[in-house]
Design a binder for this molecule. Structure first.
Ligand code: UTP
Length: 862
């Protein structure tokens, strides 16, 4: 069927759905919250429904639906014409009733067509016409069937296809004798056949020939999945066009033509028009890629859909090859990728267990919507990052299955030394040069081990280094100076200078490229993907402990990998639902180093092993700031299980970590200074609630923290056996030791407040904000979504209800969780008496408001 594309139709039609229609899309869900039928998403509360209805996705789909509806209403279903009938003939015929905007033919069978009129009048006239005869055939003409608009996300369609292949795959897997055999079958099912590989290499040869014509002495080198031993049927053909020698050629040709005057040398003539258009030594990557694209379009048979993406991290030309059904990418500044592809090949050659693990885990991750960004963007793991995670896991087996890159390097000979863009990329070229591992674990155990390893991994607190074969504490990366220190520690200065000026982009998951040590290959991941990855790993680890995983079913039931490969049902990394646990009146503030100001990052860095406490203290200040200053609540520290006292002082003394001291925090509850501060934080009922402080400054915000430590039986056990956080030479302590310490349960500071809410700060907030913004001259409008604006919004709400009585009373408990879990502060709410039942509404509002606003306040911290 030749489809009428809806591209741009949103722009033409705009948003013309009515509120009635929008309301019909939203349905309450029995478990609580709402569901948007149109977009197929769950929404936890009214505030998020509002946001959703105004969001891009909903508006776009509403617009598409409106367009489709209009098209449907003006369209006819026509059949009974001869097979050779053309669209044009149909247009000609139906135009007698009114202007025809589109005719969609069922091209394959040629038995029907949809005729769309520009106006309903044309359709009505055609319908009222007695008989339609065209080419001696009587046409059957009826109104077009009205179908309910249903949005099928592309991902779901893809999943549908994968589902089919999963069914086929599952049958084969269930027949295997063991999980190890299942994994080998996964490899066989996905791997490129010899013919497919041959076709790819022929295309590379063809491209080499064509490009050599235009870029003499260039070299086309494949990298990525086509050649890294983890190829799958539909994988891209990633190519690096190395123009280094072409550049030398061009310089040489230029020199000789200058010497020869008018009479050009042979070389210079062969450079032909395209090279004479550009000077490779000065041209920008975008200019060169434009030429590459032109060559692809004009000179390579079968190539189509050529597109230059010059703003990508690595500018690239994308193309498709119609007959071969292949998609390809050509980059020009990507020597490192060719080298890291060689590294993956080497790892595969060193241990045969890597390959089946990579295939199986990649498939699992794709099924769970954790990996496989189609265009390299988005918040999912790319295949390269996932493969590095698997290699890192194998480096950490006992005994190790693969060696840390620094150790691997020792087995390289002099000719294999390699430095690219200042990065040391040395490793042996042949697997035989590396002694085999003594580890004898089978694939079944390793797969289970992978899930346990990452199900408990401290992603937020560490940086995964394949170079060192261990997780490095994130504190070492929190400031530029720290990064330089890390580089020095890793001996990078030997490899050249370029590295020292770059910083790693830290995020919820940090996986350093083994060579380009300033590149976090998982830097695109968001909190949600990280959480989803851990959660899926935990679930898979749990399943792997069952007999259903380990043993073949004698009753023909699914077993082993099959259940692991079941697609994710709902709430994957890309979907927006908060897990069940988060519904228990708790809000989590994740540790996001990237969102903190440089100064705070430096402080956290200096705090070393105590960075969690310091960060927690900052979060608590920010949270108190949000409740007290932005939402105008009364906030009073309440008694925790045990106040910080001698123990924390003792710990600071012992660790020598003076940098952690913060006047607001280390003045512990009970001191006169803190009493004064605490008094400052408390807003007596109805008193200074209406005082305006438009110039919000979190640094002048006195701390209301009553830091306390949970009295834990383990405290006693561990007392006196604490390991120093820094080694004698001042370098960071090893992560293994650190993990042990964090696991011990000693470091779980918590804080408690008693809070009073005076106003319905959530009710009509959006409108108040809108009106407020409108009423202010543009120059004096506070920054959208910022602390000042939100403070003013609350003030307006408060002004409207002067003399309001206490609305709600609740206790707020904050606790930092870290160590084997991701570092985050959990804020638990314990409502007091709530006769009106409004606490739920307040809490729903806080769920989206509090994390955002806390982050805003943290951004302003010094
Ligand atoms: P992909 O993530 O696309 O991996 O990176 P892949 O194995 O080719 O998987 P497909 O293509 O999704 O099937 C392709 C190559 O790009 C380089 C690596 O060489 C990788 O093999 N790459 C990717 C990097 O160098 N750094 C990155 O952060 C990502």
């Amino acid at each position: 069927m030749q489809r009428y594309t809806l591209t741009n139709s949103y722009i033409v039609f705009g948003l013309n759905t009515t509120n009635m229609e929008l309301d019909k899309d939203i349905q309450p869900v029995s478990k609580g919250g709402f569901h948007c039928k149109l977009c197929d998403v769950n929404l936890p509360n009214k505030a998020s429904v509002d946001d959703h209805l105004k969001g891009r996705k909903h508006q776009k789909l509403s617009s598409v639906r409106a367009t489709r509806k209009a098209q449907e209403q003006n369209s006819l279903f026509v059949s009974g014409f001869v097979r050779q009938m053309s669209q044009l003939q149909l247009v000609d015929y139906f135009q007698q009733f009114g202007p025809v905007s589109e005719v969609i033919m069922d091209k394959e069978k040629g038995v029907y067509a949809i005729v769309e009129f520009s106006e309903a009048k044309g359709m009505e006239l055609a319908l009222s016409h007695d008989q339609h005869i065209l080419d001696n055939q009587t046409l059957r003409v009826k109104p077009r069937e009205k179908k309910e608009f249903k949005y099928i996300p592309k991902k779901k369609q893809d999943r549908g296809n994968m589902q089919l292949s999963l069914e086929r795959l599952s049958q084969g897997l269930c027949q295997a004798a063991s999980v190890s055999e299942q994994m080998q079958r996964v490899v066989e099912s996905f791997q490129l056949s010899d013919n497919e590989k041959k076709v790819r290499s022929l295309l590379v040869e063809l491209l080499q020939e064509v490009f050599t014509e235009f870029f003499p002495e260039c070299c086309i080198l494949p990298f990525g999945s086509s050649v890294n031993t983890f190829d799958i049927h539909s994988c891209d053909l990633d190519l690096f066009l190395d123009l280094e020698k072409t550049q030398i050629f061009q310089a040489r040709a230029k020199g000789s033509s200058e010497q020869a005057g008018e009479c050009q040398s042979e070389d210079a003539r062969s450079e032909d028009s395209i090279l004479s258009d550009i000077d490779l030594s000065t041209a920008s990557p975008a200019e060169v890629l434009d030429l590459v694209a032109a060559v692809l379009r004009k000179c390579v048979p079968g190539v189509h859909k050529v597109q230059v993406l010059s703003s990508a991290r690595l500018p690239v030309v994308k193309f498709s090859h119609q007959e071969l059904g292949l998609q390809g990418d050509i980059t020009i500044n990507n020597k490192l990728a060719v080298r890291n592809t060689r590294f993956l090949q080497l790892c595969s050659g060193i241990d045969a267990r890597l390959c089946p693990l990579v295939y199986s885990i990649r498939y699992w991750a794709k099924q769970k919507q954790l990996a496989g960004n189609p265009f390299g963007g988005g918040p999912l793991l790319n295949n390269y990052a996932l493969t590095l995670l698997i290699i890192f896991f194998l480096q950490n087996r006992n005994p190790p299955i693969l060696l840390a890159v620094n150790l691997l390097k020792e087995f390289a000979c002099e000719e294999e030394e390699c430095v690219i863009e200042g990065w040391d990329c040395t490793f042996p070229s042949q697997p035989i040069a590396v002694p085999p591992s003594k580890n004898t674990e089978d694939l079944c155990a390793l797969m289970a081990g992978f899930f346990s390893f990452y199900g408990e991994f401290d992603f937020a607190g560490t940086v995964i280094s394949l170079r060192d074969g261990r997780a490095l504490p994130i504190t070492g990366f929190l400031s530029k100076e720290a990064e330089k220190g890390e580089e020095a520690m890793q001996g990078l200065e030997k490899a050249g200078g370029s590295s020292t000026s770059k910083t790693v982009r830290l995020g919820p998951v940090n996986v350093l490229d083994p060579f380009e040590l300033c590149h976090n290959v998982a830097g695109n991941l968001n909190e949600r993907t990280q959480k989803a990855f851990r959660r899926e790993c935990e679930e898979a680890a749990k399943y792997c402990r069952s007999l259903q995983y380990q043993r073949k079913s004698t009753k023909g039931k699914v077993w082993g990998l099959v259940r692991l490969f079941a697609p994710h049902g709902g709430g994957g990394a890309m979907q927006g639902s908060s897990g069940g646990a988060e519904r228990n009146l708790a809000i989590s503030i994740p540790f996001r180093a990237a969102a903190l100001p440089d100064t705070v990052r430096s402080q956290l860095h200096s705090a070393k092993g105590l960075f969690r406490q310091l960060w927690f203290e900052k979060v608590c200040r920010a949270v108190v700031g949000v409740f007290r200053d932005v939402l105008k609540c009364s906030v009073t520290p309440s008694d925790g299980p045990e106040k910080v006292g001698a123990r924390q002082e003792e710990e600071e003394e012992e660790t020598g970590c003076g940098a952690v001291k913060d006047p607001g925090i280390s003045a512990h509850a009970g001191t006169a200074a803190e009493d004064a501060m605490l008094a400052d934080c408390t807003v007596p009922a109805g008193e200074n609630v209406h005082e305006t402080n438009n110039n919000y400054n979190p640094d002048t915000c006195p701390s209301s923290l009553s830091l306390s430590k949970k009295c834990n039986p383990q405290d006693t056990v561990h007392k006196g056996v604490k390991r120093p956080l820094s080694s004698e030479d001042g370098s960071l302590a090893s992560p293994e030791n650190k993990k042990q310490r964090l696991d011990s349960g000693i470091d779980h500071p918590s804080a408690h407040w008693h809070c009073l809410l005076w106003h319905r700060v959530w009710a009509g907030r959006r409108k108040v904000r809108r009106d407020l913004l409108k009423s202010l001259p543009e120059a004096s409008r506070p920054e959208g979504g910022g602390v000042e604006l939100e403070t003013q919004v609350t003030e307006r709400i408060a002004q409207e209800r002067l003399g309001a009585e206490k609305l709600l009373e609740f206790t707020l408990e904050a606790e930092v969780l870290g160590g084997t879990e991701n570092t985050h502060t959990v804020l638990k709410f314990i409502p007091g008496e709530d006769h009106t039942g409004i606490f739920q509404d307040f809490f729903h509002f806080l769920e989206s408001f509090l994390p955002k606003m806390t982050e805003k306040v943290l951004e302003k911290l010094e």
